[in-house]
Design a protein around this ligand. Structure first.
Ligand code: PGA
Length: 257
């Protein structure tokens, strides 16, 4: 049976009270969901513990939006793997394009974070994606190959078995202009092929590859119906219960087919 994972990336939105309200609303709407659909909520750091409390025992998972690679020390402003685990996280988004664009994230630091997260038994959601210019210049494949390869350096098959990859074309994030199901499927198949070459067929076939970039209830079904699209990383549409529920339900419809 197909597995689908839908993660909500709340980015820098929601005060603690608002986060609790949205999490509680979602869990009450999404209880008793098909077990093949995993839902992960990724609020800002300040709301992690509150959301953990709101979703406790519901089967919905918690994720952070970043993590540092060191366990502790003089790293002002950073948050360690054991800190986010302590707050209730099982997942962590790493290498989001906004981190790459605005905060100097590079493939080497993505890799450090991924390895530290795995060491702490967290599941990293590793984001890759080309810019509009790179796509226009025909560099999509090369960019994705490089980001995937460098981001996953020195992982063994056991570690890779806990990694989730998110393909998020930068030009589709927050723009309302999603990749077509065919465009996304093409890149997802490329990623699965890369993982298969390095880690073997069985790790590659169980790998969850999420699509992100303007996913909405109206386009989620056709995206998730693609053979290599195993879920969605949702930004804007994860901030409202109606739209996020709609996307999760599109996932349920796909696995139930
Ligand atoms: P979007 O963001 O759904 O608002 O396009 C996706 C993301 O950045 O993860």
């Amino acid at each position: 049976m197909r597995q689908i994972l839908v993660a909500g990336n709340w980015k820098m939105h929601k005060l603690i009270g608002e986060a609790r309200q949205l999490a509680s609303e979602l869990t009450s709407r999404l209880t008793g969901l098909n077990a093949s659909v995993t839902v992960v909520l990724c609020p800002p750091f300040t709301a992690l513990a509150e959301v953990a409390d709101a979703i406790a025992g519901t089967g919905v998972f918690l994720g952070a939006q970043n993590v540092h690679w060191e366990e502790k020390g003089a790293y002002t402003g950073e948050v360690s793997p054991s800190m986010i685990k302590d707050a209730g996280c099982e997942y962590v988004i790493i290498g989001h394009s906004e981190r790459r664009q605005y905060f100097g994230e590079i493939d080497e630091t993505v890799n450090r974070r991924v390895r530290a997260a795995l060491h702490a038994k967290l599941k990293p959601i590793v984001c890759v994606g080309e810019s509009e210019r790179q796509r226009d210049q025909g560099q999509t494949e090369a960019v994705i190959i490089e980001q995937v390869r460098k981001g996953l350096v020195d992982l063994n098959a056991e570690g890779m078995g806990h990694v989730v990859i998110a393909y998020e074309p930068v030009w589709a994030i927050g723009t309302g202009k999603n990749a077509t199901p065919q465009q996304a499927q093409e890149v997802h198949a490329l990623i699965r092929g890369l993982i298969s070459n390095t880690f073997g067929e069985s790790i590659a076939s169980s790998l969850l590859i999420l699509y992100g970039g303007s996913v909405k209830p109206g386009n989620a079904g056709e995206l998730l119906a693609q053979p290599d699209i195993d879920g969605a990383l949702v930004g804007g549409a994860s901030l409202e219960a109606d739209s996020f529920e709609g996307i999760v339900r599109a996932g349920v419809a796909v696995v139930s087919e």
